[in-house]
Design a protein around this ligand. Structure first.
Ligand SMILES: C[S@@+](CC[C@H](N)C(=O)[O-])C[C@H]1O[C@@H](n2cnc3c(N)ncnc32)[C@H](O)[C@@H]1O
Length: 303
């Protein structure tokens, strides 16, 4: 937990933050609206006497205070999907529409891919890319259980993503939910910080920068790119978006979020970031009793 001490100067109520990081994370599920409605899923859970608390910012996202999400028949039928509450934020911010072309650049095991497909009413296409074949198998099996049909899977390094198999057509939107140091998952994985190394943070930021740049390049002018991580490290968050601002044609834009959050940083460790980074959201565990997340929304601009 000492790893998190480096954030004392940027987190309001640091004592509440560290206390929340030590508490276990409540389970949550997202109703899969490709297979059912929120009302039918809730009725099925009620029939099994499963207790849940709906969250007010996302219809069909239910907190499970007592039960494990994967041990009931609505789960086996693909009516619900175990997804941490805060993990539903990036796809909601990307806000894809039916019929669009969307790239999910780091997609496995598919929590957000299947959420994107549901937000699109399973219409249009979601290209789901990941560099890890084993994790792509999990994505395929999740997509199958959830009845998702508008997903095309590619196994490649997202930094070199090719549009060739897709008629070279640029995307309307892209989600860049990158690999990271996972500091914000400490409540789910108490050993998440055991192997934390600053060199890893710096190293992984190179991959993050490459994937975000490719997403901006592959998205059409006026299109939207959402960048997200489940970590607090500014080197993997604001610094990565700053790099995209300096190297690609894009700008950071504001968005509404129904969860309590803090603004993105405009300075860290002597490095200044563009003032627009304040439009990004830092979601800390104590603010909504969730895990931690960083989300930034970019608009692709003219070259
Ligand atoms: C945070 S996880 C993604 C979680 C996923 N978006 C979801 O909601 O289920 C990051 C993923 O990035 C993948 N990855 C790592 N480096 C990559 C790269 N260079 N290109 C594409 N995927 C990569 C990892 O295999 C991992 O599955």
């Amino acid at each position: 937990m000492e790893v998190l001490d480096r954030y004392e100067s940027i987190v309001d109520d640091f004592a509440a933050f560290t206390a929340a990081c030590e508490r276990p994370l409540p389970s949550a599920v997202r109703v899969n609206t490709i297979k059912t409605t929120v009302e039918r899923a809730r009725a099925a859970l009620d029939a099994e006497d499963i207790t849940y608390d709906p969250v007010d910012w996302y219809p069909g996202l239910l907190k499970f205070p007592d039960d494990q999400p994967g041990t009931n028949w609505p789960y086996f039928h693909g009516w619900i999907y175990g997804q941490e509450e805060v993990s539903a934020v990036p796809a909601e911010v990307l806000d894809p529409e039916p019929g669009e072309r969307v790239w999910d650049a780091c997609a496995a095991p598919g929590s957000k891919t299947s959420q994107l497909a549901a937000l699109m009413d399973d219409d249009g296409v979601v290209v789901a890319t990941d560099s890890n074949l084993g994790r792509l198998s999990a994505l395929r099996s999740n997509a199958e259980r959830l009845g998702v049909t508008n997903v095309a899977v590619t196994h490649e390094d997202a930094r070199n993503h090719s549009l060739k198999p897709f008629d070279n057509a640029e995307y309307d939107r892209a989600l860049v939910d990158v690999p990271c140091s996972c500091e914000g998952t400490i409540r789910k994985n108490p050993d998440a910080l055991d192997d934390w190394e600053y060199d890893h943070v710096k190293g992984i930021s190179g991959v993050q920068k490459g994937v975000l740049r490719r997403a901006v390049q592959a998205t059409k002018e006026g299109g939207t790119v959402v960048y997200s991580t489940c970590t607090f490290a500014p080197e993997e968050n604001e610094a990565v978006v700053q790099h995209a601002l300096e190297t690609e044609s894009c700008r950071v834009v504001d968005f509404d979020l129904g969860l309590e959050h803090s603004p993105g940083l405009t300075e860290w460790d002597g490095e200044a970031f563009d003032s627009s980074l304040a439009n990004a959201a830092r979601i800390y565990p104590h603010q909504n009793d969730t895990g931690g997340f960083f989300v930034a929304k970019l608009e692709v601009t003219a070259e």
